[in-house]
Design a protein around this ligand. Structure first.
Ligand SMILES: [Zn+2]
Length: 107
């Protein structure tokens, strides 16, 4: 059985993005630059254990919508930047994790 959880959601519909997958995304697309507030080079992905802590978007009336964001916090000044998770999910589904073992991708 594969441990790949790309594309999975919680029962409430929140996407599940593993910390490792988020790191792979930000490193490989080279989206991690210097903090635009303090110029530090280190961001931390906000997580609960191995799973990224996602924030659900709201519309202009304050109602929750089916759109989620992942937060990165500057290690130095605490500035938080956000990225839409649908972009990560699309990239992760198109860019399987390289593996030394022959794992069957989950359908
Ligand atoms: Zn900063």
């Amino acid at each position: 059985m594969s441990s790949d959880i790309v594309g999975r959601k919680t029962p409430s519909g929140t996407p599940i993005i593993k910390y490792d997958d988020a790191v792979r995304f930000f490193v490989e697309i080279k989206a991690v630059g210097a903090c635009y507030a303090c110029n530090a080079q280190m961001f931390n992905i906000v997580t609960t254990g191995d799973i990224c802590d996602l924030k659900r978007d709201v519309d202009e009336f304050g109602n929750f919508i089916d759109s989620y964001r992942i937060e990165l916090e500057c290690d130095n000044c605490g500035l938080v930047r956000v990225h839409r998770t649908d972009v990560l999910e699309k990239w992760l589904s198109e860019t399987p994790k390289p593996t030394a073992t022959a794992e069957e991708p989950e359908a």
